[in-house]
Design a protein around this ligand. Structure first.
Ligand SMILES: N[C@@H](CCC(=O)N[C@@H](CS)C(=O)NCC(=O)O)C(=O)O
Length: 208
């Protein structure tokens, strides 16, 4: 087995967390390199596109969260082998990327601008993507986003829901997912109850 090192920020969530969970579910040992925000500026330049996560495989690196998710998903059979099901899995992951690319930049805005931008997102793009994700979930049977089983897409969507409902995003109401896409809350609960996922969070002492 290759030597793996996954580098991401030191918190439970975000773009790096699905790969951590996937590797843990597959029982694949990896170096869990957690970057403190204070150390980030010194490490940014060494990443391919100036962002995390980055996965190192036997000394070679790859970035972009969904590329990493597909790679680790294939290693542990949490990514579909059927091309159509794989496309559905990608669709959900890329939709989450669309929303994250709106939300993440607000973290670095001055407070007033952050408030304005997040209130706009909470009224527009976030409910839009949540309702459309819910529709896609329903279209595929209502339990999983692809392949009628747990895939890395379910983890990526569930982690978005976890972030939104946790209330960590000031000016985005924590009950927004429940109000606009209740089936995604049920999906979230289903995914965090999966044995491998609940074991991961229990091991790290994280409440879900
Ligand atoms: N498209 C990239 C985005 C990477 C990205 O922007 N990651 C954020 C953390 S979630 C980051 O590194 N932010 C720090 C920075 O941009 O300096 C991906 O999917 O991995």
């Amino acid at each position: 087995m290759a030597n793996l090192k996954l580098t991401y920020f030191d918190f439970h969530g975000g773009r790096g967390e699905p790969a951590r969970i996937v590797l843990s579910i597959g029982g694949i040992a990896f170096e869990d390199d957690r970057v403190a925000f204070a150390d980030w500026e010194g490490r940014k330049e060494a990443t391919p596109f100036g962002g995390l996560p980055v996965l190192e495989v036997d000394g070679k690196i790859v970035s972009q969260s969904n590329a990493i998710n597909r790679y680790v998903g294939r290693l542990v059979n949490l990514y579909p082998s059927d091309p159509w099901q794989a496309a559905l899995c990608d669709e959900a992951m890329d939709a989450v990327e669309d929303v994250l690319s709106e939300i993440v930049p607000t973290m670095f805005l001055p407070e007033e601008e952050k408030k304005t931008r997040r209130e706009a997102l909470a009224a527009g793009q976030i409910p839009f993507y949540l309702t459309r994700l819910e529709q896609r979930l329903e279209a595929h049977g209502g339990r999983y986003f692809a392949d009628d089983r747990l895939t890395v897409a379910d983890l990526k969507v569930a982690l978005l829901i976890r972030q939104l409902k946790s209330g960590v995003l000031d000016y985005v109401p924590s009950d927004l997912p429940e109000r606009v896409a209740p089936k995604l809350i049920e999906h979230y609960q289903r995914i965090v109850s999966e044995p491998g996922v609940s074991a991961y969070y229990a091991k790290h002492g994280v409440e879900v």
